[in-house]
Design a binder for this molecule. Structure first.
Ligand code: PLP
Length: 407
């Protein structure tokens, strides 16, 4: 008899975006003539930068000739990409990261989901609220939680991100072994200052807590005082793993390339309390369960760091940030309190209504604009909606015109 993993039974009914899709479909079926504008799901809309396309074509041509053809590559990623990342994303910012500490993968989603495999099931896990749902659900699947009561899983330590703390969670008041942090944040668009991250790093070092730092939106940071990497903070190499992605940086959501940094100096602890390096553990996991990102895609990712690639990706992100500014301005003019959208592609809007889905439905029914209800990201997201800047300028402007008309 094949027994199932019953921890899956604890998962809350359905994934947020399928709920949204269901409501949008129901609306469209009832109003087939209405044109819906999607500012909900965080997927990019603009094409890949020309430098990436050029590198991709060249690499595909290499695959057509036996002398340049490549089969399996190193599971951790080709040296050309790991070196380029280490220099450009870290060393040039004063963050001490070496190429062999970088693990290239096909997504920050899988990496943030899979990393918890390295840890015991009885650790205490702290999760910001609201949060990117992957961190929570993968810990539920692994059996690190009890059942959900009032949409909160027993056994998890929730860290509220709210108006009072500027959407940057305070340090836990009870001991935790693992904490997820994400800056710039999905869904709130909040960023963490150097001082705030230093406080987290010092806490982690003092308490032997591991920080899982998701910097998937790092490229949206325009404020030069804000850290792009947790490794810009002294001591972070001894307490943090960082996740990055080319998805939002360079439009790779459909192309798939990301990476995770596991410093060699980083330890977990065994049941005797002895330190165990995490780098070889993740290396073992990665090489056992993953067979590498394709060569052409890694060449395309490398092109992000060329002079042209840098200019083109900057222009791409500037474009989305201008969308975000338009959204922010409209909602602010309408009298809503907004956060995010300055160093992040998401605008987090306080709706003034108790239930996020009510405002979601109002915008869908009256303006035909799809947003994301904040409650889908956690208890503290209730009463908020997330508006994504990932769309064409025309669609964003049209959406804002409609919202102004109906609100
Ligand atoms: N981390 C955060 C915070 C995200 O919002 C997303 C995607 O929306 C991801 C990771 C996933 O990134 P990837 O496309 O590399 O899997």
């Amino acid at each position: 008899m094949i027994r199932i993993n019953e921890h899956y039974d604890k998962l809350q009914a359905s994934y947020l975006f399928s709920d949204i899709a269901r409501r949008v479909k129901a609306y469209q079926d009832a109003h087939p003539d209405q044109k819906v504008i999607r500012l909900g799901i965080g997927d990019v809309t603009e094409p890949l930068p020309a430098a990436c396309i050029e590198a991709l074509h060249k690499a595909v041509d290499e695959m057509a000739t036996s002398s340049t053809f490549r089969g399996y590559g190193p599971e951790q990623g080709y040296d050309f990409l790991r070196q380029t990342i280490a220099i450009n994303d870290f060393q040039q910012r004063g963050a001490p990261v070496e190429a062999d500490e970088i693990f290239v993968s096909d997504g920050a989603k899988c990496d943030t989901a899979n990393i918890q495999e390295l840890f015991s099931t009885d650790i205490r896990v702290a999760i910001p609220d609201p949060v990117y749902p992957v961190y929570v659900d993968t810990n539920v699947m692994a059996g690190r939680t009890g059942v959900a009561v009032n949409s909160r899983y027993q056994g998890l330590v929730y860290l509220p991100s709210n108006e009072e703390n500027g959407f940057v969670p305070d340090l836990p008041t009870e001991p935790v072994d693992l904490v997820y942090l994400c800056f710039p944040n999905n869904p709130t668009g909040a960023t963490a200052t150097r001082e705030q991250l230093t406080r987290w790093v010092n806490y982690a070092l003092e308490n032997k807590t591991l920080i899982l730092y998701d910097a998937a939106y790092e490229a949206f940071i325009r404020d030069s005082s804000l850290p792009h990497s947790i490794y810009e903070i002294p001591g972070a190499r001894d307490c943090a793993i960082e996740f990055r992605s080319f998805s939002k940086t360079a439009g790779f959501t459909g192309t798939r390339c990301a990476f995770t940094v596991v410093p060699k100096s980083l330890n977990g602890y065994n049941s005797q309390g002895n330190p165990v390096p995490l780098h070889p553990m993740w290396n073992r996991r990665h090489t056992t369960k993953f067979n590498g990102v394709s060569y052409p895609i890694q060449r395309a990712a490398e092109a992000v760091y060329s002079t042209e690639g840098q200019a083109q990706t900057k222009a791409l992100i500037d474009f989305y940030l201008e969308n975000a500014a338009i959204i922010r301005q409209t909602l602010t003019e309408l009298g809503y309190a907004v956060t995010g959208g300055i160093n992040a592609p998401y605008v987090w809007v306080k709706t003034g209504q108790a239930d996020s889905w009510k405002f979601f439905d109002t915008l869908l029914d009256r303006a035909q604009v799809v947003t994301t209800p904040g409650s889908g990201f956690g208890h503290c997201g209730q009463g908020y909606i997330r508006i994504s800047a990932f769309n064409s300028r025309g669609q964003v402007e049209e959406a804002m015109t409609r919202i102004k008309k109906v609100i």
